[in-house]
Design a protein around this ligand. Structure first.
Ligand SMILES: Cc1ncc(COP(=O)(O)O)c(C=O)c1O
Length: 416
């Protein structure tokens, strides 16, 4: 029997109405109503995003920028409106600083292959943290191998917080780049990016912030943050897959070489010499992911419609509720108890493998992620093979957390 406690809904937030916008939440898994707690991997999509995709393909599918016919103009306009929306969403100074990518991973690889190749030399140092996703480690490893540079790592505390005093010790005139996430996908830790950026700038280093896990939960102001690059993915903030944004300071984007060659990124091509297009098209070779970029604007509108402040307040309440409930389960240990967290709860249970728990929870219709969460160095640091991760979104409820607790207790009993 699930004990359901009264749910205090944040003032003005109608979670039922929000849930109704997500058709997938009506489906059943293994005969039970779906409880979706894998939002840090990818969030579900509201009807407005789905409709925008269908509408594009049904009414104005055409290639962008080059056409003079009506459909091409409509598609171009809609795509460029998404750029404006993304600019406003992160408060970039200009629309030219918004480069569309496939996602966070491509954004980081773009910076590594362009700015990195141009600026990193033998003996230079790049700093990442022990909390990084593989996509903010491996591109830098490829670069340092090519250049003879070195990777330095900011250590993480038992609680899952970056040890900032140790970070400061790593900084030196050799530091050319600091690349850290704003929020950790594995633990939920929110990193003090403002301080990290200020300290890096004191030694003249450039800073890339991986916003894959923060953009959906926190207010983002790239000018106030003063980061040099900021990358994020649409699919983790209720938008379609295959779209991301790279923001960069204008002087950096102007001075970097192109990422890929092809159509769209050129001004003029001759066999003797090619000149490159202006920002942001210089970095957008080939036909972009038009439909998904267009639908991405609906995701931005969805988030703006609720408001980041409301989202944070509600998710904080869920996070606290879930953390307290899960802590009461004998043998369960929360991994990552930073003071500042987004709504991610990672945990392990004594003597049980996370994957076994995940499989049993799926039998109860509860989707969680298990494993290393693409953060193997972090799991190695804690000497664990992985965790079970429940990552919460605006459409999740306390009743769903109660179901997770009941499901976990049953799973633990079966496996013990
Ligand atoms: C912190 C972080 N960085 C980068 C990524 C990679 O994002 P994508 O797969 O959308 O490129 C993820 C995805 O989980 C992430 O959580």
């Amino acid at each position: 029997m699930v004990m359901i406690e009264p749910v205090t809904i944040q003032k003005g937030l109608d979670i039922d109405a929000i849930r109704r916008q997500f058709p997938i939440l009506n489906r059943e898994v293994k005969g039970r109503s779906l409880v979706y707690f894998d939002n840090a991997a990818t969030s579900q999509k509201p009807q407005s995003v789905i409709d925008a995709l269908v509408n594009y393909y049904t009414r104005y599918n055409a290639n962008v920028h080059r056409g003079i016919h009506t459909l091409a103009e409509e598609a171009t306009l809609a795509m460029e409106k998404s750029r404006d929306a993304a600019q406003e969403f992160i408060n970039a100074a200009s629309r030219e600083q918004i480069v569309f990518t496939k996602g966070t991973t491509e954004g980081i690889n773009l910076v590594a292959s362009t700015w990195g190749r141009q600026n990193i030399r033998a003996g230079d140092e790049i700093i990442v943290s022990n909390l990084e996703h593989h996509s903010n480690i491996v591109p830098w490893q490829i670069l340092i191998e090519e250049k003879g540079a070195t990777l330095k790592v900011i250590p993480v505390s038992e609680k899952g917080e970056l040890i900032i005093d140790e970070y400061k010790k790593l900084l030196s005139p050799k530091t050319k780049l600091v690349a850290v996430n704003h929020a950790s996908n594995a633990l939920g830790t929110i990193n003090p990016v403002r301080e990290i950026i200020d300290e890096a700038h004191k030694v003249g280093a450039v800073v890339l912030i991986d916003g894959a896990q923060s953009t959906v939960h926190l207010d983002i102001d790239v000018q106030e943050m003063d980061c040099d690059f900021f990358v994020f993915s649409s699919h983790k903030m209720y938008g379609p897959t295959g779209v991301g944004v790279l923001y960069g300071k204008r002087e950096l984007l102007e001075s970097m070489p192109p990422f890929q060659g092809g159509g769209e990124m050129i001004k003029e091509v001759t066999f003797e010499k090619t000149t490159y297009n202006d920002l942001p098209y210089k970095y957008e070779a080939g036909t972009p992911n038009i439909a998904d970029i267009i639908a991405f604007r609906e995701a931005i509108d969805f988030v703006n419609g609720i408001g980041k402040k409301n989202i944070k307040e509600y998710e904080d309440e869920l996070l606290q509720y879930g953390t307290n409930k899960l802590r009461q389960i004998p043998g369960l240990r929360i991994v990552g108890e930073a003071k500042e967290k987004v709504s991610v709860i990672s945990f392990i249970v004594d003597k049980l493998h996370p994957q076994d728990l995940g499989i049993l929870l799926d039998n109860y219709g509860i989707a969680v992620r298990t494993g290393h969460h693409c953060a193997q160095p972090l799991m190695d640091c804690y000497r664990i093979p992985g965790t079970v991760r429940a990552s919460l979104a605006i459409y999740n409820t306390k009743e769903e957390i109660d179901e997770l607790v009941v499901g976990l207790k049953k799973a633990i009993k079966m496996l013990s």
